[in-house]
Write a protein that binds this ligand. Structure first.
Ligand code: UDX
Length: 440
């Protein structure tokens, strides 16, 4: 099927490339000429394992195209995916839908034949109805359907999540739209991946409800981790012990410095606002938002505690800046609040991240960026693991200990086994495991 994808951000690009991979003829369109130019040279603007290779191979087969010309992209297309950003509106936390509305209007203006317009961006319940109004009033003559089809991609595992999904959720209001979506996802149906057809509003809400539930799991395990530290329990054991119950499930139970990223913080807040507007407040999710905010900032106090409650003038080495490994994404990364908290206490921050430093440089102020983990910890008073990149799993600790001014290691991702590190002479502290007294 000939398909247009509007927006080559994270979601649009991954979806477009994967739809081409399963055999569709896909044209991705974006207003950003620079991005399109790069993609036409197989240069991918985001870091996602496997994506550049797939862009190259699918362009070669002639199934994947990039353009800035929407009219061209829509020529002959039966379906158009909208995959533009829906950031948090700064003044009130509602999702900012201006890019969605603009995309809907441009599609309506340029559409040449009956079109199924599929919204892949994360949008509050009822947005499909608004988009329908926009298209109808812009082009009263056009035959069209509006569908909701949220994405459930994790950064760093986006291709796998698209190609082997847990489920595909489709919100449709007409038989014709359902037929077109069934054709788009036929290669997935053949492999028995579940496709759930619901109405449009159900589909829109499902995305928010899913992300908020996962955020809830994380906030919960992080609070239990706090308790573990003072009662002498081990969060890893607790997570395993509860996760083996299939009603709970073992995923998303790793305690850490709080969640970040482009989805959870924005979507929990937007769901809270929607629920309040409908006078059905989701108090549990309101609480999750504040627990997570508290958590991120509390980590800087935890680090200070390991430095004998004084970080003023001390050199703190931060290893890992992105909100999680295998991405260069800094959006809402816990490192931002942690670093700010430490700087407010007078610490000097040195930082290293394998992929995120270019993006971090636009966000973090007064930070010295280093070329490697070893350069970062040189003469440091403490080193802190904020993101669990694989390359941090196997560091030369004997050498590190010699290079650091004080061998203090704060492991906010529970990457290491504390015993050998203690034997090596480190003051080691992780999360959710019994508090250790600071050794001199
Ligand atoms: C998330 C959802 O997983 C995905 O389905 C949705 O489409 C978009 O949002 P993503 O933001 O890419 O994906 O990251 P994810 O892997 O879910 O991690 C989110 C945050 O939770 C990260 O900051 C991560 O470090 C944290 N996390 C995750 C934990 O602290 N512990 C865990 O056990 C899992």
């Amino acid at each position: 099927m000939k398909i247009a994808v509007i927006g080559v951000g994270y979601v649009g690009l991954v979806s477009g490339v994967c739809l081409a991979e399963v055999g569709h003829d896909v044209t991705c369109v974006d207003l950003d000429a620079q991005k399109i130019d790069k993609l036409n040279q197989n240069i991918v603007p985001i870091f996602e394992p496997g994506l550049s290779e797939m862009v190259a191979t699918n362009r070669e087969t002639g199934r994947l195209h990039f353009t800035t010309d929407l009219e061209d992209a829509l020529k002959g297309a039966e379906a158009a995916f909208i995959a533009v950003g829906t950031p948090s509106r700064e003044r009130d936390g509602h999702a900012d839908l201006s890019y969605i509305y603009a995309a809907a209007k441009s599609i309506a203006e340029k559409a040449a034949k009956p079109l199924v317009i599929i919204n892949k961006s994360t949008v509050p319940v009822g947005t499909g109805d608004e988009v329908e109004e926009i298209v109808k009033s812009t082009r009263p003559d056009l035959q069209f359907d509006i569908v909701s089809n949220p994405e459930f991609l994790r950064e760093g595992a986006a291709i796998k999540d698209f190609m082997a999904p847990d489920r595909i959720v489709v919100g449709v209001e007409s038989e014709h739209a359902q037929k077109v979506l069934a054709e788009i996802y036929a290669p997935f149906a053949q492999k028995n991946y579940p496709i759930l057809y619901v109405n449009r509003r159900t589909s829109e809400l499902t995305k928010y409800a899913a992300n908020s539930f996962l955020a809830l799991k994380l906030a919960y395990i992080n609070e239990v981790a706090e308790l573990c530290e003072v009662v002498g329990a081990d969060i890893k054991g607790v997570s395993k012990g509860i996760g083996l119950d299939p009603r709970i499930g073992e995923k998303f139970l790793n305690a850490g410095p709080g969640y970040g990223g482009s989805c959870f913080p924005k979507d929990t807040l937007a769901l809270v606002r929607t629920a309040q507007d409908h006078e059905r407040p989701l108090r549990l999710i309101e609480m999750i938002v504040s627990i997570n905010e508290y958590r991120k900032r509390a980590m800087s106090r935890k680090i200070a505690q390991m430095c004998e409650n004084e970080v003023k003038g001390k050199k703190i080495a931060i290893l890992g800046l992105t909100f999680k490994p295998n991405t260069d994404d800094m959006r809402e990364a816990p490192s931002i609040s942690i670093i700010q908290g430490l700087q407010d206490m007078g610490a000097e921050i040195y930082a290293y991240d394998p992929e995120g430093m270019e993006n971090a440089k636009h966000i973090l102020k007064d930070v010295t960026f280093c070329d490697s983990a070893l350069a970062c910890i040189d003469q440091a008073d403490a080193m802190v693991i904020v993101t669990e990149w694989d390359e941090f799993r196997d560091l030369p600790f004997a050498e590190i200990k010699k290079k650091m001014r004080k061998p203090v290691l704060v492991d906010l991702r529970n990457l290491y086994d504390g015993q050998p590190l203690k034997a090596e002479g480190f003051d080691y502290q992780c999360v959710g495991r019994p508090l250790e007294t600071v050794m001199s």
